[in-house]
Ligand binder design. Structure first.
Ligand SMILES: Cc1cc2nc3c(=O)[nH]c(=O)nc-3n(C[C@H](O)[C@H](O)[C@H](O)COP(=O)(O)O)c2cc1C
Length: 305
């Protein structure tokens, strides 16, 4: 007999109604936009990455469509930890499943941001160790296992909440970086962030983005995400949140079979918030057809072959 609510997942102390999450940075930084994702069917919503001080980000153009996905260099624009902490204080008692994404220039800054935000009600932290286009806070941190270890330790020392380390696939050292995070107290891993990329307009001969380099997201990076999740699953026992190019239930199931227990949806949201319910319904029907009672039963099944 099939159990009620087969989409419910529990991992790293989180209990979610379904395995889907809004990925970081896709829609605004307000609690209302995060709430809207949850009302539209996401099991949880990850905030835009929050740093210590407010940041304006880069000038336009910051986002451009390519034939393999979206290219963006937004520049981690955010209101800063103090303002976001006030915003978060509004969710008190609303039981909103929010995960807060944070970034910083090193362990001290990550620690400070944690201190400012931690008293609020939210489920967990996601550490953005992987932004491919912001100097000093992205890949310089996320490609170095020792720096990542000290960042995770700094956050761990200041919170009881679960910590997910969001990894960059722009390095061949991803597994070493993940080890640095897990050995230092991360409860789970998120993979992947955008891939470093660029487009150049042939008539003007100029790189399209104002920042020149950006991060590619969407369908073009999904096979990379699948490979990286598969690799992490072979190396670690901690839960993996999969992310990268998911816009259908088949994509979500593919990442689950690679090893993810939860799936973040980013770029596909630009087609509308209806994407969460659409993917959830598809996963549920697949589970019925294959006789799986829980999402957990499907995690990593791609490794049997
Ligand atoms: C416009 C835009 C802004 C983003 N901002 C952030 C961010 O602030 N922090 C972060 O960790 N990831 C950020 N990302 C990366 C996404 O969270 C996600 O990892 C990536 O887009 C891959 O998933 P997708 O293919 O489903 O979009 C951003 C992506 C886009 C397209």
């Amino acid at each position: 007999m099939l159990v009620d609510r087969p989409l419910r997942v529990s991992f790293a102390g989180l209990k979610l109604e379904n395995p889907l999450m809004l990925a970081s940075g896709i829609v605004g930084v307000t609690v209302d936009t995060l709430a809207r994702a949850v009302e539209s069917g996401a099991g949880a919503a990850v905030s835009k990455s929050i740093g210590l001080e407010p940041r304006e980000g880069y000038r336009n153009p910051t986002v451009v469509a390519t034939d393999s996905g979206l290219l963006n260099a937004v520049g981690l624009s955010n209101p800063g930890a103090r303002v976001f902490s006030e915003e978060l204080s509004e969710v008190k008692g609303r039981r909103l499943p929010i995960i807060v994404s944070i970034f910083g220039g090193g362990p001290t800054e990550f620690g400070r941001v944690t201190e400012i935000l931690d008293r609020n009600e939210f489920l967990a932290y996601e550490l953005n160790l992987s932004c491919p286009h912001v100097e000093g806070v992205g890949t310089e941190i996320g490609h170095d296992p020792e720096v990542v270890a000290s960042v995770v330790k700094a956050v761990r020392a200041r919170t009881q909440k679960p910590i997910f380390a969001k990894l960059s696939a722009n390095t061949h050292r991803m597994v070493d970086v993940a080890r640095g995070a897990v050995d230092s107290g991360a409860n789970g891993l998120t993979a992947i962030n955008t891939m470093k990329a660029m487009t150049i307009e042939v008539e003007t001969r100029r790189p399209t983005l104002s920042h020149k380099f950006g991060g590619l997201s969407g369908s073009g990076i999904r096979p990379i995400a699948v490979a990286r999740i598969y690799e992490l699953y072979e190396n670690f026992k901690v839960p993996i949140i999969g992310c990268g190019g998911v816009s259908t239930w088949e994509h979500a199931v593919e990442l689950i079979l690679a090893g993810a227990i939860s799936i973040e949806v980013g770029t596909a949201l630009y087609e509308g918030y209806g994407v969460f319910n659409k993917i959830n319904r598809g996963i549920e029907q697949y589970m019925k057809r294959k006789k799986y009672r829980k999402v957990q039963e499907m995690v990593g099944l791609g490794h049997r072959f």
